[in-house]
Design a protein around this ligand. Structure first.
Ligand code: HEC
Length: 166
Protein backbone atom coordinates (compact mmCIF):
# COMPACT_ATOMS: atom_id res chain seq x y z
CA UNK A 1 0.00 0.00 0.00
CA UNK A 2 1.44 3.33 -1.07
CA UNK A 3 1.12 6.06 1.52
CA UNK A 4 0.40 9.39 -0.06
CA UNK A 5 -0.72 11.35 2.93
CA UNK A 6 2.33 13.47 3.95
CA UNK A 7 1.31 13.48 7.61
CA UNK A 8 0.98 9.70 7.68
CA UNK A 9 4.35 9.43 5.93
CA UNK A 10 6.14 11.64 8.42
CA UNK A 11 4.48 9.71 11.25
CA UNK A 12 5.82 6.44 9.85
CA UNK A 13 9.30 7.91 9.46
CA UNK A 14 9.40 9.28 12.99
CA UNK A 15 8.03 5.98 14.31
CA UNK A 16 10.92 4.14 12.70
CA UNK A 17 13.35 6.81 13.96
CA UNK A 18 11.98 6.18 17.35
CA UNK A 19 12.63 2.46 17.03
CA UNK A 20 16.21 3.18 15.92
CA UNK A 21 16.58 5.51 18.88
CA UNK A 22 15.34 2.83 21.26
CA UNK A 23 17.77 0.35 19.78
CA UNK A 24 20.63 2.87 20.18
CA UNK A 25 19.71 3.56 23.79
CA UNK A 26 19.60 -0.18 24.41
CA UNK A 27 23.04 -0.69 22.83
CA UNK A 28 24.49 2.24 24.80
CA UNK A 29 23.00 1.02 28.05
CA UNK A 30 24.59 -2.38 27.43
CA UNK A 31 27.95 -0.83 26.64
CA UNK A 32 27.86 1.18 29.86
CA UNK A 33 26.86 -1.91 31.81
CA UNK A 34 29.79 -3.89 30.36
CA UNK A 35 32.20 -1.03 31.16
CA UNK A 36 30.98 -0.84 34.75
CA UNK A 37 31.10 -4.60 35.14
CA UNK A 38 34.72 -4.62 33.92
CA UNK A 39 35.65 -1.81 36.30
CA UNK A 40 34.10 -3.74 39.17
CA UNK A 41 36.01 -6.83 38.11
CA UNK A 42 39.32 -4.95 37.96
CA UNK A 43 38.64 -3.76 41.47
CA UNK A 44 37.86 -7.31 42.50
CA UNK A 45 41.25 -8.67 41.58
CA UNK A 46 42.66 -7.87 45.00
CA UNK A 47 39.43 -8.74 46.81
CA UNK A 48 38.62 -12.10 48.39
CA UNK A 49 42.28 -13.05 48.61
CA UNK A 50 44.02 -14.99 51.36
CA UNK A 51 45.31 -12.00 53.37
CA UNK A 52 47.12 -14.15 55.96
CA UNK A 53 49.01 -15.99 53.26
CA UNK A 54 49.74 -12.63 51.62
CA UNK A 55 51.11 -11.35 54.92
CA UNK A 56 53.49 -14.26 55.38
CA UNK A 57 54.60 -14.04 51.73
CA UNK A 58 55.18 -10.31 52.30
CA UNK A 59 57.43 -11.00 55.29
CA UNK A 60 59.34 -13.70 53.41
CA UNK A 61 59.85 -11.72 50.18
CA UNK A 62 59.24 -8.00 50.52
CA UNK A 63 59.83 -6.89 54.12
CA UNK A 64 63.62 -6.97 53.76
CA UNK A 65 63.35 -3.85 51.57
CA UNK A 66 59.85 -2.43 52.10
CA UNK A 67 60.00 -2.88 55.90
CA UNK A 68 58.35 -5.23 58.40
CA UNK A 69 55.73 -2.53 59.04
CA UNK A 70 55.55 -1.51 55.36
CA UNK A 71 57.45 1.62 56.34
CA UNK A 72 59.97 1.52 53.48
CA UNK A 73 63.64 2.43 53.68
CA UNK A 74 64.91 5.68 55.24
CA UNK A 75 64.96 8.74 52.93
CA UNK A 76 63.14 6.74 50.29
CA UNK A 77 62.61 9.80 48.08
CA UNK A 78 66.35 10.41 47.67
CA UNK A 79 68.24 8.68 44.89
CA UNK A 80 71.21 6.66 46.13
CA UNK A 81 74.81 7.00 44.90
CA UNK A 82 74.31 3.99 42.58
CA UNK A 83 71.40 5.75 40.84
CA UNK A 84 68.59 3.63 42.31
CA UNK A 85 65.87 4.69 44.71
CA UNK A 86 65.44 3.14 48.16
CA UNK A 87 62.31 1.00 48.62
CA UNK A 88 59.23 3.18 49.28
CA UNK A 89 56.73 2.39 52.04
CA UNK A 90 53.67 0.34 51.10
CA UNK A 91 51.54 1.90 53.84
CA UNK A 92 49.44 4.98 53.14
CA UNK A 93 52.47 7.32 53.47
CA UNK A 94 53.97 5.88 50.25
CA UNK A 95 52.68 6.04 46.69
CA UNK A 96 51.75 2.40 46.15
CA UNK A 97 48.06 3.35 46.40
CA UNK A 98 48.52 6.03 43.69
CA UNK A 99 48.66 3.22 41.14
CA UNK A 100 46.00 0.92 39.74
CA UNK A 101 46.01 -2.82 40.42
CA UNK A 102 47.42 -3.65 37.03
CA UNK A 103 50.51 -1.47 37.52
CA UNK A 104 51.17 -2.94 40.98
CA UNK A 105 50.76 -6.49 39.70
CA UNK A 106 53.06 -5.87 36.72
CA UNK A 107 55.62 -4.02 38.85
CA UNK A 108 55.85 -7.07 41.10
CA UNK A 109 55.89 -9.63 38.29
CA UNK A 110 58.48 -7.90 36.07
CA UNK A 111 60.35 -5.76 38.60
CA UNK A 112 61.04 -2.07 38.07
CA UNK A 113 63.61 -2.52 35.31
CA UNK A 114 61.64 -5.22 33.55
CA UNK A 115 58.43 -3.19 33.51
CA UNK A 116 60.13 -0.01 32.29
CA UNK A 117 61.84 -2.00 29.53
CA UNK A 118 58.48 -3.46 28.53
CA UNK A 119 56.98 0.02 28.44
CA UNK A 120 59.90 1.38 26.41
CA UNK A 121 61.08 3.71 29.18
CA UNK A 122 64.84 3.99 29.42
CA UNK A 123 67.18 5.77 31.80
CA UNK A 124 65.46 4.52 34.95
CA UNK A 125 67.57 2.36 37.24
CA UNK A 126 65.48 0.18 39.50
CA UNK A 127 66.33 -1.87 42.57
CA UNK A 128 62.92 -3.57 42.64
CA UNK A 129 63.45 -7.24 41.71
CA UNK A 130 61.14 -9.27 39.43
CA UNK A 131 59.05 -11.86 41.30
CA UNK A 132 57.31 -13.43 38.32
CA UNK A 133 59.49 -16.54 38.47
CA UNK A 134 59.56 -16.81 42.26
CA UNK A 135 55.89 -16.34 43.06
CA UNK A 136 52.73 -17.42 41.26
CA UNK A 137 50.28 -14.75 40.06
CA UNK A 138 47.94 -15.90 42.84
CA UNK A 139 50.66 -15.37 45.45
CA UNK A 140 51.45 -11.91 44.05
CA UNK A 141 47.75 -10.97 44.21
CA UNK A 142 47.65 -12.20 47.82
CA UNK A 143 50.70 -10.11 48.79
CA UNK A 144 49.20 -7.01 47.15
CA UNK A 145 45.85 -7.76 48.82
CA UNK A 146 47.65 -7.88 52.18
CA UNK A 147 49.31 -4.51 51.43
CA UNK A 148 45.91 -3.10 50.40
CA UNK A 149 44.30 -4.45 53.58
CA UNK A 150 46.48 -2.15 55.69
CA UNK A 151 45.16 1.04 54.03
CA UNK A 152 42.34 3.10 55.55
CA UNK A 153 39.01 2.82 53.71
CA UNK A 154 39.25 6.23 52.01
CA UNK A 155 42.68 5.36 50.55
CA UNK A 156 41.33 1.97 49.41
CA UNK A 157 38.48 3.78 47.67
CA UNK A 158 40.81 6.25 45.90
CA UNK A 159 43.07 3.43 44.73
CA UNK A 160 40.10 1.34 43.53
CA UNK A 161 38.82 4.31 41.51
CA UNK A 162 42.03 4.18 39.44
CA UNK A 163 41.08 0.73 38.22
CA UNK A 164 38.00 2.05 36.45
CA UNK A 165 39.92 3.87 33.76
CA UNK A 166 41.01 0.79 31.86
C1 HEC B 1 65.66 -5.74 47.01
C2 HEC B 1 64.71 -4.83 47.54
C3 HEC B 1 63.23 -5.03 47.24
C4 HEC B 1 62.46 -6.16 47.48
C5 HEC B 1 62.90 -7.48 48.09
C6 HEC B 1 61.11 -5.82 47.05
N1 HEC B 1 61.09 -4.55 46.56
FE1 HEC B 1 59.45 -3.57 45.78
N2 HEC B 1 60.58 -1.96 45.37
C7 HEC B 1 61.94 -1.82 45.68
C8 HEC B 1 62.39 -0.50 45.28
C9 HEC B 1 63.81 0.03 45.44
C10 HEC B 1 61.28 0.15 44.72
C11 HEC B 1 61.24 1.61 44.19
C12 HEC B 1 61.05 1.72 42.73
C13 HEC B 1 62.16 1.13 41.93
O1 HEC B 1 63.35 1.31 42.23
O2 HEC B 1 61.82 0.46 40.93
C14 HEC B 1 60.16 -0.80 44.80
C15 HEC B 1 58.90 -0.52 44.33
C16 HEC B 1 57.83 -1.40 44.40
C17 HEC B 1 56.53 -1.15 43.88
C18 HEC B 1 56.09 0.12 43.14
C19 HEC B 1 55.58 1.07 44.16
C20 HEC B 1 55.26 2.42 43.62
O3 HEC B 1 54.62 3.17 44.34
O4 HEC B 1 55.67 2.76 42.50
C21 HEC B 1 55.75 -2.23 44.18
C22 HEC B 1 54.29 -2.45 43.85
C23 HEC B 1 56.59 -3.16 44.89
N3 HEC B 1 57.84 -2.64 45.01
C24 HEC B 1 56.14 -4.35 45.39
C25 HEC B 1 56.96 -5.28 46.00
C26 HEC B 1 56.49 -6.55 46.50
C27 HEC B 1 55.04 -7.01 46.45
C28 HEC B 1 57.58 -7.21 46.98
C29 HEC B 1 57.63 -8.61 47.54
C30 HEC B 1 57.00 -9.66 46.76
C31 HEC B 1 58.73 -6.34 46.81
N4 HEC B 1 58.31 -5.18 46.23
C32 HEC B 1 60.02 -6.66 47.16
C33 HEC B 1 62.74 -2.76 46.27
C34 HEC B 1 62.36 -4.04 46.65
Amino acid sequence: MAINDPIARSFLISASDNATMKRLVFILANAIFILLANAAQADHELLNRDILRGESLYHANCAVCHGAKLEGQPNWRQTLANGTLPAPPHDETGHTWHHDDNYLIEYTIYGGQGLMNRRGISGFKSAMPAFGELLSRDDILSVLAFIRSTWPDDIKAVQASRNASH
